[in-house]
Design a protein around this ligand. Structure first.
Ligand code: HEM
Length: 501
């Protein structure tokens, strides 16, 4: 009798699961009995920004809950509501620290600024701001950006154009961003953007570590911690990458210290920190964490910003034409004869409204940091009525915030730089108030100015000197990664612009 009950029970269970699934399958988000939304989170772990975006489009609200199995403590509020984001990042930011969860996941960044809260963050923010805002450092960035474009980017693209080679432009942008960042942050040129497309140990190690960081977000904490403790699976990749990164950064610190000791002055960020009278800067672990945080902050964001902008511009010829018109005006401003290759001074690019608008528009649709996460100190009610409690994580989706029609209008998915320009031909104020790509509030991106300089220098030189043809039939999706990159290659053919030669 007992034996006959088992198949009946299993049949009923199957029936229950099937009917439960059929009832919910058309909902964008549903909570499984006992498992919560973990199955959904797991199935979509390779496409988090897109999945989150689909849920927002489907349910029409600015926030939703994600929870794991009862025992897992996994509980997220996901939001793209601009008032919530402003409240969390600015109005009541002290209630929403990065929190220990963030630091646990991003352990490779040590005690650097990204992982820091309260007094440690305060000290680092002040020091970072002091270094980045000096005229010495800003001049260095302008000089290095020009040099990078003139000596590496333009010669590389000229070679590709001459040889008629089809290349992956995302890879070119990655290489440009890597070399620009190592020049500005470490004062070292790695030659990663060169004709033979070399591999680079540091670049590979940072890529590997990011892949593991993303993976950690999609499973209960205890699970990835066991894998880390055993150093198996993806966590083995992390420990290898970590060792490589440490070895290379230690070498950079030694090289910089030695050359400064010999009286060879330099204005890269590492040198600025080493030269600082602050006691902390004598500590190599502090320097390692600080410099790795800055490098991580700059490399992938610049590569992402550049790739998406160029892709959008090449798909939208009237935008490309307007950018070229604007660039031609400054190239001709001294009555000079325009000849190939033409490299702009970054100071000249600062005042260009249309280029700036196109850049903002691209950063709105494809924010290099698509998701940001915050902890909760005290129970609070967000402006849209969502209740958040200690122990929860809040995920801010900048990716969705930049795409919702109820925030940006019915044309929210169109690439329209014009929406950033007001009646007087200046950058409009209104869109800026809902533009969170660089964060807002006390933790606004410290490298924003640097990012605009590096991006504009590269975009101006690329578009002015070369015509880019994107190969037909490519599937442009998002890569599962911490920053926003294309899933596949961006294959293009390049030729020098005839009209300018
Ligand atoms: C298009 C390029 C960039 C974008 C979209 C961007 C975006 C962001 C965002 C969203 C944050 C907040 C991250 C968080 O709270 O976890 C941030 C913080 C930061 N960014 Fe950027 N960033 C860019 C480029 C750079 C560059 C080139 C640097 C310079 C090295 C830089 C340095 C920093 C630093 C130091 C912070 C931490 C600020 C703090 O916590 O007080 N960023 N950035």
């Amino acid at each position: 009798m007992e034996i006959e009950l088992v198949p009946i029970f299993l049949a009923l269970l199957c029936l229950f699961i099937i009917s439960w699934y059929l009832k919910h399958k058309n909902q964008a988000i549903y909570h499984w009995p006992l498992l919560g939304t973990l199955p959904l989170l797991h199935w979509n772990s390779n496409r988090l920004p897109e999945w989150i975006n689909e849920v927002f489009f489907f349910n029409g609200h600015g926030s939703f809950l994600v929870d794991g199995p009862v025992f897992s403590k996994l509980r997220y509020l996901v939001t793209c509501h601009p008032e919530n984001i402003e409240y969390i990042l600015k109005t009541n930011y002290s209630n929403f620290p990065k929190g220990p969860e963030f630091k646990e996941i991003f352990d490779i960044l040590g005690d650097g600024i990204f992982n820091a809260d309260s007094s440690s963050w305060h000290t680092q923010r002040k020091m970072g701001y002091s270094a980045i805002s000096t005229a010495e450092f800003r001049n260095q960035v302008a000089k290095e950006s020009r040099r990078m474009v003139k000596d590496q980017l333009v010669p590389f693209l000229s070679y590709v154009a001459r040889e008629g080679i089809i290349i992956d432009f995302q890879d070119v942008c990655m290489r440009y961003a890597f070399d620009s960042s190592t020049r500005v942050i470490f004062g070292i040129s790695e030659g990663y953007l060169s004709i033979d497309l070399p591999r680079n140990e540091l670049s590979d190690a940072v890529d590997d570590s990011h892949e593991v960081l993303l993976h950690r977000h999609t499973m209960p904490k205890f699970w990835w911690k066991i894998l880390r403790w055993l150093s198996i699976g993806k966590e083995k990749k992390m420990s290898t990458a970590w060792k490589t990164i440490d070895a290379i950064i230690t070498k950079y610190i030694i090289v910089r210290r030695e050359s400064l000791c010999k009286g060879i002055d330099a204005s890269d960020m590492l040198s600025m920190y080493i030269k600082s009278p602050e006691e902390l800067c004598k500590n190599d672990i502090f320097l390692r964490d600080t410099i790795l945080n800055m490098f991580t902050a700059g490399r992938d964001t610049i590569a992402s910003g550049l790739t998406w902008l160029l892709w959008l511009v090449t798909k939208t010829p009237h935008v490309e034409a307007k950018i070229l018109e604007e660039l031609k005006l400054i190239a001709k401003k001294d009555g000079s004869n325009i000849k190939f290759p033409w490299v702009f001074d970054s100071d000249d690019l600062k005042g260009l409204v249309y280029l700036h608008a196109a850049l903002n528009e691209s950063l709105r649709l494809y924010p290099p940091v698509p998701l940001n996460s915050k902890g909760v100190l005290k129970e609070d009610v967000l402006p849209d009525g969502s209740v958040v409690k200690p122990g929860m994580q809040i995920i801010l989706s900048f990716y969705s915030e930049g795409r919702m029609p109820w925030i940006w209008g019915e044309d929210s998915l169109e690439f329209k730089p014009e929406r950033w320009i007001d009646h007087d031909g200046k950058i409009a104020h209104e869109p800026l108030s809902k533009f969170f790509t660089f964060n807002v509030g006390p933790r606004t991106c410290l490298g924003k100015g640097l990012a605009y300089t590096q991006l504009k220098s590269a975009v101006a030189a690329i578009l002015f000197n070369f015509h880019i043809e994107v190969m037909e039939g490519q599937e442009i999706g998002l890569k599962p990664y911490i920053t926003l990159h294309m899933k596949n290659k961006m294959l293009v053919k390049i030729r020098e612009r005839e009209m300018l030669i």
